[in-house]
Design a protein around this ligand. Structure first.
Ligand SMILES: [Zn+2]
Length: 114
């Protein structure tokens, strides 16, 4: 099971959801290569193409770590010029397979949502 921490970061009002780094697929690059032209998105955690419905959107921040998600109430701030977080990467998608691995996290709805 994927573990996680809620961590306070400078600037953000709410804590950052930091997933265990092991959540990232070791096949990331291979998965990206295997993407189909009609995929509508790409999973931030494994690189696999996403078809049709996007399971959820996550906002990635702090240090450019793909497994650090910011709280939905901090999105407006995150996208504003006041945000000095150089690692802010904007909104990404999480595919259905990876979402299964993190949906047990009680606070997940605040960090990964449609
Ligand atoms: Zn994935």
């Amino acid at each position: 099971m994927i573990s996680y921490k809620l961590v306070k970061y400078e600037g953000y009002k709410n804590k950052i959801l930091e997933l265990d780094g092991d959540v990232l697929s070791e096949h990331y690059e291979k998965n990206q290569e295997n993407r189909k032209p009609d995929d509508t998105g790409e999973c931030i955690l494994c690189g696999k193409g996403i078809k049709n419905t996007i399971t959820c959107k996550a906002i990635v921040a702090t240090g450019g770590n793909m497994y650090n998600f910011i709280h939905k109430d901090d999105v407006e701030f995150a996208e504003s010029p006041e945000n000095k977080d150089g690692g802010f990467m904007g909104a990404w998608n999480v595919g259905p397979e990876c979402f299964k691995k993190i949906k047990h996290i009680p606070e997940i709805k605040n960090y990964c949502y449609k």
